[in-house]
Design a protein around this ligand. Structure first.
Ligand SMILES: Nc1ncnc2c1ncn2[C@@H]1O[C@H](COP(=O)(O)OP(=O)(O)O)[C@@H](O)[C@H]1O
Ligand SMILES: [Mg+2]
Length: 123
């Protein structure tokens, strides 16, 4: 976990956001081989907080990066039996409900990072 102290509260549905983070961490842990590294990074900006779940696993080809958010869509990773391809479709829906978007940064053999932002909750 990489996060500074004093991260502000954000505006969001706690159980839906937990579910989204869970789905992203499940994938990172599932696709990254033993001995790899999974990092959850939380970075506070002025108006929003950036959450990144990053691994150094097999990565996702550029041409597949838009497809993985479709339901029941799984790429050839050798782990297709584990899960049914709904995780990222659910993450995308949760982000839409929050008016946020989920972005993927990945290169084959280098790893994958998923990032989203939630607005700071001003009391
Ligand atoms: N961290 C990751 N590293 C490599 N591939 C990933 C990662 N996360 C998702 N994927 C790819 O995206 C596909 C869809 O993910 P998801 O919707 O969670 O379905 P599932 O986990 O059931 O396969 C996965 O089958 C995999 O091919
Ligand atoms: Mg999954």
């Amino acid at each position: 976990l990489e996060m500074n102290e004093g991260i502000p509260l954000v505006f969001g549905d706690i159980s839906l956001v937990e579910r989204a983070i869970q789905n992203l961490m499940d994938n990172a842990l599932k696709f990254t081989p033993i001995g790899g590294e999974v990092v959850v990074k939380i970075l506070a900006g002025k108006d929003d907080v950036e959450i990144t779940i990053k691994d150094n696993g097999p990565g996702i080809k550029q041409e597949n990066q838009a497809l993985i958010f479709e339901r029941y869509r799984q790429m050839k990773t050798g782990q297709q039996g584990v899960g049914v391809g709904l995780g990222l479709a659910i993450v995308k829906k949760i982000m839409e409900l929050h008016n946020a978007s989920i972005r993927v940064f990945s290169r084959p053999n280098e790893g994958t990072a998923f990032t989203f932002h939630l607005p700071v909750y001003n009391v």
